[in-house]
Write a protein that binds this ligand. Structure first.
Ligand SMILES: Cc1ncc(COP(=O)(O)O)c(C=O)c1O
Length: 389
């Protein structure tokens, strides 16, 4: 038995994932497979480090120790072949806050910001809630796989406010962008003076046959106009500890980012988040190397189950992350009816595809970061509901 097979009851921990469908949507026994955290315990080394810190009993304002950045620097070097320096890094309470700081720091009200849709919905909010304009550079979809439309991207770059928020690997389409695609995007960015905010939070969650390429590592010129957002929070399931980092080789960009974070009142971090961040990057590697094949096994289960028993629903096979799109268009249900069907008839709660963009009408996003028995139960529930339609 894999340690990831163990079912850990999250009741009583005020988990957003588990509470929302029950308390807000009032469906008592729906299996929650939506917001992006996993139903797995963090690596034992992370839990031990937190326990030690908790045992101390005093949780006053923390400093960020040099070892915090050193752990991330070692990880990025070892795992991603990317050499970064502490002077080019800053802590942030999360990637979503960092995206908001970037929008405010690098653009002015009314400016356009490009995103590659469909995409993680807080990208839209970071732009719109700060009074900027979303400019869509829709991904291409051949019915099976998504690719970037770089010809279209060229036509979207406009003055002023040349900025793009890149999602790499991409949530929710599950692409781990190839080096060629990223190099082509990078060339356009350099030629056209396009600032890239690279959200690489899913950088470690990459499956066999694929490799994550850090955009900023592709050329020194590109590094000068990229702000990269990283965190151990998706990889090691510590999102509730609200601690992440940005990397910017260009000191002007880093300074502007830090000034904006300060204007937002963010200065000191989360005492426990700092400990978990460092422990995860320092001691989490063996755990991650066990997690990845487990997640891949879950994808194989979804793929085989759908192919054999539910061919109406198609898996867009992800190359990374623990999130996958299900193309449910063949069920012929309108968007509200589709959500209602999964939640009330099947008893599973997925993310509505439309949340990520109008391109995903008829799709849902499943979070398969859960024990395999739970995933199997979810698939069987869907099968029963479809067959009794
Ligand atoms: C692409 C992407 N960026 C950011 C986040 C969330 O980042 P944080 O919790 O650090 O704000 C997520 C969570 O799912 C994500 O998928």
């Amino acid at each position: 038995m894999s340690p990831f097979d163990r079912i850990v009851d999250r009741t009583g921990t005020e988990s957003l994932k588990w509470v929302y469908p029950r308390k807000v949507l009032k469906v008592e026994d729906a299996l929650p497979m939506w917001v992006a955290d996993m139903d797995f315990e963090a690596p034992p080394a992370v839990v031990d480090a937190l326990r030690l810190r908790v045992d101390h009993g005093i949780f006053g304002y923390p400093l960020v120790p040099p070892s915090f950045f050193a752990a991330a620097i070692d990880w990025l070097n070892r795992r991603h072949g990317w050499a970064v320096e502490k002077k080019g890094m800053a802590m942030t309470p999360g990637i979503v806050p960092a995206l908001n700081y970037c929008v405010r720091a690098f653009t002015r009200p009314g400016d356009p910001v490009i995103i590659q849709t469909p995409v993680y919905h807080p990208f839209y909010y970071a732009i719109e809630n700060n009074g900027r304009r979303v400019v869509r550079n829709p991904l291409r979809f051949d019915g099976r796989r998504y690719t970037m439309d770089l010809e279209d991207l060229r036509t979207r770059i406009d003055a002023p406010g040349r900025m793009i928020i890149l999602c790499s690997p991409h949530n929710p389409v599950g692409r781990v962008w190839d080096r060629d695609e990223l190099e082509a995007l990078g060339r356009i960015a350099v030629e056209r003076d396009l600032l890239v905010i690279a959200d690489e939070i899913h950088h470690d969650l990459v499956f066999r046959g694929h490799r994550h390429h850090v955009l900023a590592s592709l050329s020194p010129e590109l590094a000068q106009q990229t702000v990269t957002c990283i965190a151990p929070s998706k990889t090691f399931n510590t999102a509730g500890l609200a601690t992440a980092a940005v990397v910017a080789a260009n000191p002007d960009l880093l300074k502007k980012f830090e000034d904006e974070a300060e204007r937002s009142g963010f200065d000191l971090g989360n005492a426990l988040g700092i400990v978990a961040f460092e422990a995860a990057y320092r001691h989490g590697e063996a755990w991650l190397d066990e997690l990845l094949p487990y997640l891949e096994g879950n994808i194989d289960l979804i793929a085989a189950f759908l192919a054999e028993r539910l061919p109406e629903i198609k898996l867009i096979r992800p190359e990374g992350t623990y999130l996958a799109l299900l193309d449910c268009r063949a069920l012929g249900l309108a968007p509200d009816a589709l959500n209602e069907f999964f939640l009330k008839r099947a008893g599973v709660y997925f993310s509505d595809g439309l949340m990520f963009g109008k391109e995903l009408e008829g799709f849902v996003r499943i979070n398969f970061g859960c024990p395999r028995s739970v995933l199997r139960e979810a698939l069987e529930r869907i099968e029963r509901a479809v067959r009794s339609q």
